[in-house]
Design a protein. Structure first.
Length: 240
C-alpha cells in the first residue's frame, strides 16, 4: 500500500516547479517505462499492479490514485531528470528540429515521436516551450522521449551561429514541394497560435509553405503544428 507521502510526491510532479525542485518526472505504461529503462534513464521508484523486477507491487486502486491517465496502464515509474546539455551547438551535418514556443503537451509529445520516426536525433526547444517532462508530453511521445536528444536553449544564439540551412514554415514561404531541400539543416516550427516569432524569423534562410489543395473558398485556416511537422519531415526524408 502506498503511503500518503509517496502519493503526494508523485502527484506533485504534475507541476513543472515541483519536477525541477525534485529532479524527477513520471512515466506510465509498460512501453514508455521500458523504453526509458533501456535507454539508461535512472529510476527513482517503479510501481506495478503485476509482478515485475525491481517494482513495488500495488493495487489497481492505488495505481489509479497516482496515475495521470484516465485509464492507467499497469505500471508507473518515477525517473531522475537527466542533466541538461550545456552550451549546445547546431550540428550542421544532420537534420534537426527547433521548436519556437510550442505550448500544447500533446503537440510537443507528438512532435518528439515524429522526430524519432523520421530519424531526427536532436530537437532544440526555446525556453518557453512546454516542458518535455510534463506527464502529458511524456505519454504522448509513446517512448520516443528515450530516443531523441531534446535540448532547451536560446534559439536566437543557436541559429545565429548555425553553419547550415535554416528552414521555417511560414505563410509567405515557397511551396515545399517545389523547393530544394537539403539533407542537413534545422527545421524551425512555431507556436500554435502565432507561428515562428519575429526575432527567430530573422534567421530563417529558407521559407517553406505547405500548400492548401482545397479548391473551395471556405477551408481550414492552418494546419496543426504537429501535422505540419510530420508533412515537412516526410518531404525532407523523401528527397534525401
Amino acid at each position: 500500500m502506498l503511503s500518503k507521502n509517496q502519493i503526494k510526491l508523485i502527484r506533485s510532479l504534475e507541476l513543472r516547479k515541483n519536477r525541477k525542485a525534485e529532479g524527477l518526472f513520471v512515466a506510465e505504461g509498460p512501453k514508455v517505462v521500458g523504453d526509458l529503462l533501456r535507454a539508461g534513464f535512472k529510476p527513482y521508484a517503479t510501481y506495478s499492479t503485476t509482478e515485475r523486477p525491481d517494482s513495488l507491487l500495488i493495487s489497481k486502486s492505488d495505481l489509479q490514485r497516482i496515475s495521470f491517465l484516465q485509464h492507467p496502464q499497469e505500471v508507473l515509474a518515477v525517473f531522475h531528470i537527466p542533466s541538461p546539455v550545456s552550451r549546445p551547438q547546431a550540428e550542421g551535418n544532420q537534420l534537426s528540429l527547433a521548436l519556437d514556443g510550442i505550448q500544447d503537451p500533446g503537440n510537443m509529445g507528438t512532435i518528439i515521436r515524429i522526430a524519432d520516426w523520421f530519424g531526427i536525433n536532436t530537437v532544440y526547444c526555446s525556453p518557453d516551450t512546454v516542458d518535455i517532462y510534463n506527464p502529458k508530453v511524456v505519454q504522448a511521445t509513446m517512448g520516443s522521449i528515450a530516443h531523441v536528444n531534446i535540448i532547451y536553449t536560446d534559439l536566437l544564439t543557436l541559429l545565429e551561429h548555425a553553419d547550415c540551412p535554416v528552414y521555417g514554415t511560414l505563410l509567405d514561404g515557397e511551396d515545399i514541394y517545389r523547393q530544394e531541400l537539403s539533407a542537413n539543416g534545422i527545421i524551425v516550427m512555431g507556436n500554435e497560435g502565432n507561428g515562428i516569432s519575429q526575432p527567430v524569423r530573422r534567421f530563417i534562410t529558407h521559407k517553406l509553405y505547405i500548400p492548401n489543395f482545397h479548391a473551395a473558398e471556405e477551408t481550414a485556416e492552418s494546419l496543426n503544428v504537429a501535422i505540419a511537422t510530420a508533412i515537412t519531415c516526410s518531404e525532407f526524408r523523401r528527397r534525401n
